[in-house]
Design a protein around this ligand. Sequence first.
Ligand SMILES: C[S@@+](CC[C@H](N)C(=O)[O-])C[C@H]1O[C@@H](n2cnc3c(N)ncnc32)[C@H](O)[C@@H]1O
Length: 294
Amino acid sequence: MPPRKWQIGDLLRVSADYLRKKGIENPRLNAEVLLAHQLRLERIRLYLNFDRPLNNREVSGFRSLIRRRIESEPLQYITGTQEFWSLGFSVDPSVLIPRPETEIAVEQVVKLAKGTEREGTNYLKILDLGTGCGAISVALATELPEAVIWATDISEAALSVARRNAVTHQVLERIRFLEGDLWEPLSNEDVPFDMVVSNPPYVTSGEFHALAPEVRDHEPRLALDGGQDGMYYLKKIVRGAHDYIRSGGWLILEMAPVHTEKILKMMEKMGHYQKMARIRDYSRSYRVVIAQTL
Ligand SMILES: C[S@@+](CC[C@H](N)C(=O)[O-])C[C@H]1O[C@@H](n2cnc3c(N)ncnc32)[C@H](O)[C@@H]1O
């Protein structure tokens, strides 16, 4: 029998059925994104070209993408991109795929920046701890032309992805990338900052094994694991931040909803913060804590 001649429409239908049988959520969407990626087309173009015949190279390339997806590899690592703050970010397995919740932290920084008085300078100094692919830093640099950003990460590979994203979005000259453990790379830097923002690892070690295989087996554990109670980095940041933020500046932290109350209590006890508040995410869960330094 001669090999089957595929067209876009029937290949999409058959592969979406296959992904569904293999337990992949949103199988049709996955099939469309992967075929569009293979053919280097926008997804909408698939619909305008349903009858377009595919050659063997295109079909076999697409098959290998489908195989990777069945092995639970996230779509974003296969296509190499994720949208965040309406900007396209390059991602690879050395970085966490930026999540929509993190836009809440960016929104808060933007809002607070607009209402913050500057002391002596006309630029705004922001520190992004654990920048990953640079999502927060790059989004802030594009949104706040007066911002100068220090972006740190313990992972050299993540920083090189972040740098690439800063180049893509033409903000490299306003972001200083530093490698190292939390505050350590800032010892020779010009502190304090007007704002410190972070989305640190905050999954508890116990929860880690129950994560979806896409996350557990493919995203970097270094970006997820927040220790036994998930608060290892959050506590370290809250304890140290007031030394790095000028008086009247702001700390903006993303965390799991269950952490927010504990972190607010910790801040209250420390006596270095005021105007503490927690902000809800798109699913109405508390996700971000903000606090002003005294
Ligand atoms: C949850 S990810 C957040 C990435 C990115 N900011 C975002 O929101 O998509 C946490 C990041 O912190 C980094 N990280 C983990 N431990 C660190 C440490 N001790 N010092 C600095 N960065 C660290 C990880 O490499 C990872 O990129």
